[in-house]
Design a protein around this ligand. Structure first.
Ligand code: SME
Length: 160
């Protein structure tokens, strides 16, 4: 079991510490499933107020469920559908303050009220997305988006 001294301080510091912990957890490990599993566990443990944290991978043109923490979730999501599919189609982070106001949001867990989805890509190729859900409206802000984009950039080198 890995233990990290991650302070529940300001978000920039929190994400710097998460990046360093994720780096240590995945350095030298080529297995993508192992790295996604540990990343999901790390985010689940240290980010507050989540009801889901995990990955969808782009496989044969659609998003397929990867390692995660939280309730069992939708397995396949077409590119362009829902928050995850929109992220895959646009390759832009989707910061959704209120999922009920997002056209086509896919409610895997009815408790979800806000969502942050970040693309994971390298060299123009999309690997998949990192998806965080919260039961609180407006849980995520631009600091979360930038922090998770930095995590996704590190993971891009460890997942392909
Ligand atoms: N809400 C997502 C689906 C995935 S679950 O939240 C785990 C979406 O709209 O794409």
């Amino acid at each position: 079991m890995h233990q990290f001294a991650i302070a529940a301080g300001a978000k920039p510091e929190l994400y710097r510490e998460l990046l360093s912990a994720l780096d240590a957890l995945t350095a030298g490990e080529p297995d993508a499933v192992a790295n996604m599993a540990n990343a999901a566990a790390l985010l689940w443990e240290y980010l507050s107020d989540l009801n889901w944290a995990g990955f969808y991978r782009l496989l044969d043109g659609e998003l397929v469920l990867g390692p995660f923490q939280g309730k069992a979730a939708c397995i396949r999501i077409p590119v362009g559908k829902g928050v995850c599919g929109t992220t895959a189609a646009t390759r832009q982070t989707q910061l959704v303050v209120d999922v009920h106001a997002f056209p086509g949001h896919i409610a895997c867990d009815a408790a979800s009220r806000s969502e942050l989805v970040v693309p994971i890509e390298r060299g123009g190729l999309l690997f998949g997305v990192l998806d965080l859900d919260s039961p609180s409206p407006g849980r995520f802000d631009m600091e979360d988006a930038r922090g998770c984009e930095a995590l996704a950039a590190l993971l891009a080198d460890r997942l392909f």
